[in-house]
Design a protein around this ligand. Structure first.
Ligand code: GRF
Length: 203
């Protein structure tokens, strides 16, 4: 499993972290294609600068199942075997998930199952938690669900606003997402129920 397909909708900093890890050999895979539903996504432009195949498939006005079919078939044309969501702001249909069983991963800026959905960092601040963080997980047909591959914890500090907390979490996202992808790419893991065991963990 060594061809990654990245789906993004915006800034693309997680994509860049993955691309850097690929360049440096920390992720033993290639990025086969970057696809965005937003033609103006900065992450798409950055991919092109890096010489990575990148294209937009605009979602506006297209039914979800039809859109997902289009994206899935494009990913398959590129030979993608692991789909990495990196700020892809769309829910994936069950049909899409079935096309890539246990082959879709996502990064979410909270310690799931706390604070799924939009504005996770703001939700964490509002709730008053002392620790926040991020989660890399397999994607199933529910929102921010699916077995957890990796998590990182950061403290919530007294002076934090959403911006400061998000920046602290993002730094950890850029660290754990490539690490988790390498675990999956290496095949050195097992999924038992909802638990994901790395190869070095005794059975
Ligand atoms: C990240 O916070 C990620 O956890 C969430 O969307 C944001 C994407 O940021 N899913 P970027 O586009 O990777 O910079």
């Amino acid at each position: 499993m060594n061809k990654l397909g990245i789906l993004l909708s915006g800034r693309g900093s997680n994509f860049e972290a993955i691309a850097a890890a690929v360049r440096e050999g920390r992720v033993e895979a290639e990025i086969a294609v970057v696809i965005s539903n937003k033609p103006a996504a900065p992450g798409l432009a950055r991919a092109k600068e890096l010489g990575i195949p990148a294209e937009s498939i605009p979602s506006k006005g297209t039914r979800r199942d039809e859109y997902d079919r289009r994206v899935a078939s494009r990913l398959k044309e590129y030979g993608v075997d692991l789909v990495c969501l990196a700020g892809f702001m769309r829910l994936l249909s069950a049909g899409f998930v079935e096309e890539f069983p246990e082959r879709i991963v996502n990064i979410h800026p909270s310690l799931l199952p706390a604070f799924p959905g939009l504005d996770a960092q703001a939700q964490a601040l509002e709730h008053g938690v002392r620790y926040a963080g991020c989660t890399v997980h397999f994607v199933d047909e529910q929102l921010d669900s699916g077995p957890i591959i990796a998590q990182a914890v950061v403290p919530v500090l007294e002076g934090d606003d959403e911006h400061a907390l998000s920046a602290r979490i993002l730094k950890e996202e850029h660290r754990i997402y490539p690490e988790a992808i390498q675990t999956i790419v290496s095949g050195d893991y097992r999924i038992v129920g909802r638990r994901v065991f790395g190869g070095r963990v005794a059975s």
